[in-house]
Ligand binder design. Structure first.
Ligand code: ZN
Length: 279
């Protein structure tokens, strides 16, 4: 397989996931922020730091209405913001970003709850009896039918036992579809988390290498300083040595001189004569 075809498959899968995530997110946002507000997803999906004034303009809402929606989403951790002061107008502008990982996790949770509700419905259809009026098409539980003496509360027609088979089939297919979608979302979530993990790894490595570099620079500086100190010490030592040598030579000479000096008053002329003789 060539890299190109692999990329094509990857892109296809990615787009499919994105479209599905977009749609599911739309439903989720409608549930959280109210009907008609799901369209905010279009403006935030796969984007970063979106200006709230731009959102308001595109949605034809006031800034307060938009913030109201976004605060509701932020309560669920779906969006985060940064704020910047507008230098000209002096007020703060909020820039919003959709939290991809959190939204996927919420979608997953939301779908699981939906499945739970469907499974309860399925269980009811498989174990309980329902009755329907053939004229009004109103369906009631067995308890209600019993209360009404098995005749319709509205038109007095005798109830007919509901055939649960099409309901069971429909609920089962819904559950299957949701389970397939959850699997896709799980894969996407794994991808996002893996990417996030790699990003953190890269950042940590960067920090570590920078620290290592700083450490090495410090080491080199310390080594240089140490060398300089050592050199200075050596120099001082060397200078002292020559001093000592000089002093030693001078001290050797001094007593001789002293002796000679001491001797001089006694035998001044003789020493002079001796040296003269020697010379
Ligand atoms: Zn009826």
């Amino acid at each position: 397989m060539t890299t190109n075809s692999r990329m094509k498959i990857f892109k296809k899968k990615y787009t499919f996931c994105n479209v599905m995530q977009d749609k599911l997110l739309y439903n989720l946002v409608e549930d959280i922020a109210g009907e008609g507000n799901g369209r905010i997803v279009e403006m935030l999906f796969n984007k970063k730091d979106v200006n709230e004034f731009l959102i308001a303009k595109k949605m034809d809402l006031t800034i307060n209405q938009v913030r109201n929606i976004l605060y509701k989403l932020s309560n669920f951790g779906l969006v985060s913001f940064i704020r910047k002061k507008d230098q000209k107008k002096g007020w703060y502008i909020y820039y919003w970003t959709l939290n991809n990982e959190k939204s996927l996790a919420l979608i997953q949770n939301y779908m699981r709850k939906k499945i739970d509700a469907l499974e309860e419905q399925l269980n009811n259809r498989e174990t309980k009896r329902y009755y329907t009026c053939p004229y009004c098409h109103i369906e009631v539980s067995e308890d209600v039918a019993l209360e009404n003496g098995f005749s319709c509360d509205e038109c007095a027609e005798i109830y007919k036992l509901t055939d649960n088979t099409p309901f069971v089939r429909d609920i089962k297919s819904k559950i299957t579809r949701l389970n397939n979608e959850i699997t896709e979302i799980e894969k996407e979530l794994d991808d996002v988390r893996e990417k996030e993990r790699k990003k953190i790894d890269r950042q940590n490595k960067k920090i570590a290498s920078k620290k290592e570099e700083e450490k090495n620079i410090k080491k080199l500086a310390t080594a240089k300083k140490r060398k300089e100190t050592m050199d200075a010490k050596r120099k001082v030592l060397a200078e002292n040595k020559t001093d000592i040598v000089k002093k030693k030579t001078s001290t050797k000479k001094v007593p001789v001189k002293k002796v000679s000096v001491k001797k001089t008053p006694e035998k001044k002329t003789s020493t002079k004569k001796k040296s003269e003789k020697k010379a």
